[in-house]
Design a protein around this ligand. Structure first.
Ligand code: 26V
Length: 837
């Protein structure tokens, strides 16, 4: 089996060469599954509700991935490829088994192998826990990007954190959210490989000492620090049917052993354990994005831990590959910062280059500003990261020195360009001039990067006109747009196999790697026979979702009803409340006998509230409560239901998006940076009811206004209303809305949830309501009325549904990544040995 040992680097490191590759057949898989089940896992009896057979299969699949990952690495190294490191505090990967099998074209073989054991692949796949290492859109985007990078053969390495606990599980207790820990690693995680030999030391605290070198220059030493070890775990990231396998490297914090030993010798057992705990706390849990979690010291530790470990890892590899020749480093690397979360990397790279590599400030700054690139994901000012300078200085004193120096030079540049403009300097400074000064991470990211992008056309424009106006005036060439996308391999191919099959029969399977080919469906959109097949698939997917809802909630829903879906994090700006007002309005009509011609409808709302976000939790309580009233009211004869889908996550979306008829994307204009759920739902044939916000603007443009239900204030109108917005007057003039508000106050509806309903009423009626829910009520109701009319024409609806899917071509993450690569990364696709170029 072992062919030979080959000298790799003249240092005595020998590479173990392997000639046989793992067989890509059902028999080959079966024999490996059996091996892992009996030998590695030490199990004998196959029990369906246990994870061991899934684990055995995953290990067998992993073998085939690792083989290809080694070949990919060899090709990247020998091709001297420029690489991108995608730095993100979140990677919301979901399940990996189906995705890996799909990429390796092993789905049929795996199904056959399991059949031989009397098991179904669907059943076995269910044993996998989601890797929920993200909050929502931003984290899932990172996961979709990795899929597209590997599929486009680009050498991109994901760097993130291996949280012991990912996104909490959401349970409902008496109609309210309760958080349960997500112990996703409890049964072991078969996809990862620990790389202990690549561990890095991360330092915190201490102080800076300045020395004078013999030539008179200054050098800086960071002393008296506490240390934590960063241990990497690699997860393979396969491209679609191309044998490329990239890596997601996740860092885990552990206490360095020798610290423990010292303390043990001194008899300080408790102290040693405490130090170990403090170190390991760093990667214990994913932070949910909520205002209350802002400014937490542990979160800053996570950010620096990721940035430092990833940069040190990159420099280590560069030393090995390029023997420390720093002149080529910037040509060969790019660091893409996923929001400001890893933006401390700007200062950390400067530290490593100046203090450790001993480059001059100018050389180091040249490298930094030729490698860093920053993506912004939010326009909400309260979501922009700032750290108290005092805390930052305590935790990372040497980095604060560096940030002050970056700021000094920035302010100098502003003075050159706009002499005497002190107000502008204050606005642009990295440090706010508050009573207790704050470090503005977005400013650090912009100054340190050669590229700054937003995530949808509207969002990128608003960044330049608003939040980052001053920086856009100074460096207009830095700013670009990269509209988000999603991977069609997971969000259509894998989650909607029946539709994929139908697409293949009509337009072939090229859309799997070239989504614009979906446009080939347009010719068929008006064809009644095809419409019939299309709606049959939708119907089957709706039955599957109905079964899942029954399982999760006990609620029976009619698959014939219109499925009106809003799934996303619960946040005021996303306006689940507007949805709730509409549901109450429909209920009101049914109760008043004004339901003539109303379409039977199931409104499905899912999403998690940040644990400290009281209003978001009240919104969930109100939804669940209204649902329980409506769903149990015999008087309306099940013509309307409201379901709260508990514990919404990646795997849930895989069941939900194929089954949706209507996709609610109803944020206040100017607040949703992009949205990506909107794309997944569109791709699966849902029609959108939406505001002119985020990527909705581009969805509308792509599908045309006849196939999209547009409503609501525009960004300009929202801005005009600022300061004079008066919801009470709107409510007074709209009898429907007035009745709905009365319902919210009515005991027969609010039950024992007075607190939640009072907050809801307050939010909608408060004069300063930044989300302007009441303002958009009437136009939302009208647009929903248009939905009803359209749904009553089944053929017309089918045509619109087909056209939505057919117009989704541009919302592939493949297109997004191709743009990142063309404009920012400039990487060459990898060619594997023996493939020829
Ligand atoms: C962060 C926070 C933190 C504290 C206050 C409340 C709050 C609210 C929102 C956020 C969002 C953080 C960034 C984020 O997740 N952005 C999402 O990124 C997606 C991918 O680009 C995009 O589709 C979503 O529109 C955007 O909200």
């Amino acid at each position: 089996m072992v062919d030979n040992l080959q000298d790799t680097n003249g240092k005595g490191d020998l590479e173990l060469l392997h000639s046989d590759s793992a067989p890509m057949t059902a028999d080959g898989l079966l024999s490996d599954i059996t091996h892992y089940f009996y030998r590695t896992l030490g199990r004998r009896t196959v029990r369906t509700r246990q994870p061991f057979l899934y684990q055995a299969l995953a290990l067998a699949v992993r073998d085939r991935l690792l083989e290809r990952r080694n070949q990919t690495r060899t090709a990247v190294q020998s091709g001297r490829h420029r690489r991108t490191c995608y730095l993100s505090l979140e990677f919301l990967m979901g399940r990996l088994l189906r995705n890996s099998l799909q990429s390796l074209a092993l789905e049929d073989e795996a199904a056959e192998a399991l059949n031989a054991l009397g098991l179904a692949l669907e059943e076995v796949s269910e044993q996998e826990h989601d890797a929920g290492l993200g909050n929502g859109g931003l984290g899932r985007l990172a996961a979709c990007f990795l899929d597209s990078c590997a599929t486009l053969r680009l050498p991109v390495l994901g760097y993130g954190i291996r949280y012991q606990y990912g996104m909490f599980r959401q349970e409902l207790e008496n109609g309210a959210q309760r958080e349960a820990p997500d112990a996703w690693l409890r049964e072991g995680y078969p996809w990862e490989v620990q790389r202990i030999e690549l561990s890095q030391r991360i330092r915190f605290g201490g102080r800076t000492v300045v020395h004078t070198r013999s030539d008179g220059t200054l050098s800086y030493e960071w002393v008296d620090t506490a240390e934590v070890l960063a241990v990497p775990y690699d997860i393979p990231v396969p491209g679609f049917e191309n044998n490329i396998v990239n890596t997601l490297r996740l860092w885990s914090a552990v206490a360095p052993d020798e610290l423990d030993l010292d303390d043990f010798n001194a008899g300080g057992y408790a102290g040693a354990v405490a130090a170990k705990n403090a170190a390991e706390r760093i990667t214990m849990v994913l932070y949910p994005n909520a205002t209350t979690e802002n400014g937490q010291e542990l979160r800053l530790q996570q950010q620096y831990f990721l940035a430092s470990a990833s940069l040190q890892d990159t420099l280590r590899r560069w030393r090995e590959e390029a023997a420390a020749d720093m002149t080529q480093f910037a040509d060969r690397h790019c660091f893409q910062l996923n929001d400001t979360h890893p933006a401390v990397a700007v200062a950390e790279l400067m530290r490593l280059l100046v203090d450790d590599v001993e480059l001059s400030w100018d050389q180091a700054w040249d490298i930094t500003t030729r490698t860093m690139a920053y993506t912004n994901h939010t326009l909400l000012p309260e979501a922009l990261e700032q750290w108290p300078v005092a805390m930052f200085g305590r935790l990372l004193p040497r980095l604060l020195d560096i940030i002050y120096e970056i700021n000094r030079r920035l302010l100098e540049e502003i003075e050159q360009r706009w002499p005497g403009d002190e107000a502008r300097k204050q606005r642009m400074s990295l440090i706010s001039s508050d009573y207790s000064p704050m470090l503005r991470m977005a400013h650090l990211a912009i100054v340190g990067s050669y590229s700054v992008n937003g995530v949808a056309a509207l969002h990128s424009e608003l960044l330049k006109k608003g939040l980052f106006k001053d920086f856009a005036a100074l460096w207009p060439e830095k700013f670009t747009n990269k509209t988000n996308g999603v991977t069609q391999r997971r969000w259509l191919g894998a989650c909607n196999p029946a539709l994929a099959e139908l697409l293949n029969s009509v337009i072939g399977r090229g859309w799997m790697t070239d989504l614009p080919q979906l446009a080939g469906l347009k010719a068929k959109a008006g064809n009644p026979a095809f419409q019939h097949q299309w709606m049959e698939v939708k119907q089957a997917n709706k039955r599957r979702l109905a079964a899942e809802i029954l399982r999760r909630t006990g609620e029976e829903i009619d698959p014939q009803a219109l499925f009106d879906v809003q799934v996303k994090r619960i946040h005021e700006y996303k306006r689940q409340l507007l949805n709730l007002l509409h549901v109450l309005h429909l209920y009101d009509r049914l109760c008043r006998g004004d339901g003539e011609g109303l379409v039977k409808r199931v409104v499905i709302i899912g999403g998690k509230a940040a644990p400290g976000y009281v209003m978001a939790k009240h919104i969930i309580e109100a939804i669940v409560q209204v649902g329980s009233v409506i769903n149990s009211d015999p008087a309306i004869d099940e013509r309307l239901k409201l379901v709260f889908f508990p514990d919404y996550n990646v795997s849930a979306m895989e069941v939900i998006c194929p089954a949706a008829d209507l996709s609610a994307q109803i944020s206040t204009a100017g607040k949703e940076a992009s949205g990506t759920g909107n794309m997944k739902l569109m791709m699966n044939g849902a029609l959108t009811i939406g505001t002119l916000d985020g990527a909705n603007v581009e969805i509308l443009e792509a599908v045309g206004k006849d196939n999209f239900f547009l409503f609501g204030l525009t960004v300009e109108e929202v801005m005009q209303q600022r300061g004079q917005y008066n919801p009470k007057a709107i409510i007074e003039q709209d009898s429907d809305l007035k009745r709905v508000l009365a319902m919210l106050a009515d005991e027969s509806i609010r039950g024992d949830k007075a607190d939640a309903f009072n907050s809801v009423i307050h939010a909608i009626t408060t004069p300063g309501d930044p989300w302007m829910t009441a303002a958009d009520f009437r136009s939302f109701v009208d647009a929903q009325q248009a939905v009803e009319a359209a749904y009553l024409d089944p053929q017309g609806w089918a045509e619109k549904s087909i056209l939505n899917c057919a117009s989704a071509g541009q919302f592939s993450a493949d297109r997004t990544i191709a743009e990142y690569n063309r404009d920012i990364w400039r990487l060459e696709p990898v060619t594997l040995a023996g493939e020829g170029s």
